[in-house]
Design a protein around this ligand. Sequence first.
Ligand code: BGP
Length: 468
Amino acid sequence: MDMRFPEGFLWGGAVAANQCEGAYDEDGKGLSIQDVLPHGLKGPVTDAPTPDNMKLVGIDFYHRYKEDIKLFSQMGFKVFRTSIAWSRIFPNGDEEIPNEKGLQFYDDLFDECLKYGMEPLITISHYETPLQLARNYNGWADRSMIGFYEKYVRTLFSRYGGKVKYWLTFNEINSVLHSPFMSGGICIPKDELSEQELYQAVHHELVASALAAKLAHEMMPQAKVGCMILSMPVYPLTPAPDDVIATLKIEHQNDFFGDVHVRGRYPGYMLRYFKEKGITIQMKPEDEEILQNTVDFISFSYYMSVCGSADPNQKAGLGNIIGGVPNPYLHASEWGWQIDPKGLRYVLNRFYDRYQKPLFIVENGLGAVDELVDDGNGSFTVWDDYRIQYLRDHLIQVREAIEDGIPVMGYTAWGCIDLVSASSAELKKRYGFIYVDRKDDGSGTLNRYNKKSFGWYRDVIQTNGKSL
Ligand code: BGP
């Protein structure tokens, strides 16, 4: 098979503002929920930022973005995915006037990308709800969030419409079911939160997402808007029909989000679920119509697959926010995430069979402990052959899916530069092609070093996949 990818394939990398920018209180930025998460995510949120919170400094991307974008350009990135920190634009989330310094920062960042011919791919909300919206309104549990989000989105579209073509409405929108605080700013502890409240919050996000698609199409005719879904294929643990149906039900929990974004209405299996659970979603008369503003493409993260089983004794293993029963045929990463390259081909096929929309892989990668070593000539590097292996195996499956006839728009490797992990809030779980000298005790120069994978990815991009 010719390993070359289609012409114009958008190769690149992805980060999120809260995991790399740092500068948590600079230039008028307000606090976000990330600024009060405890170190290592162990324990309740803190009242105020504490110095052991790795996100406060991150990798100092806020001050070093020029150096970093230059390094990305040396790898030949065609696209760079990042998010906008909502609390830089509206520090409390609900003020009238946006913060000009925050707006200026992203103007400068996007200009820097465009200077190197790199398209910005922007996540509007990536686990960064302004803290005051969480504290005062309970985040997405409250309908007023739709209005605050709308205002934020209008501000972004009118300011950056000429610079940003690709927009994602919410990072991993389905994760709010599993991580209501981080994903939705909902302050009620998870075990006290009812499904009624949770699905009401989901409804608010879905309406907000559709509203963003509507506004984008009205305000920026050139723009393409995507939903962003945490994808995780679920295979039946056995061929027993009960396991197959149990698997279908787990899949439906995720399909629900893509279905609404693409079909513009609630699917029957969800209406049945709500009925059986006694859940009544409060809707405004206009909601049905708003939901019909569907997305142009589907983007997703992919790290692992899981199994589904009807047996309640099967225990869920570790995973990317959503866990699941481990697959006996797969090996796991150091963090217990089961590595399954073929699952990526499967997921691409499944999304396309279901929706016939272009697909964008906006997160994929291996989180690992890296060791920076002296190469003997006074320079330092990381020999991350394990990361190259992981990425190569997954990209081969992307190529297979393209061969299956799937329109894949692009691929942005997650954490293209080391950053603070979302699930563990630590820096020792590294994904990057670029090593950042910062440790979890806060020490380090913040200097950047290219890993072995840096040159490997540069060659992959340069040859459009042929060198894989
Ligand atoms: C996704 C998030 C990212 C990212 C990634 C890797 O769930 O969208 O923000 O961090 O997973 O996860 P982690 O950082 O927990 O290894």
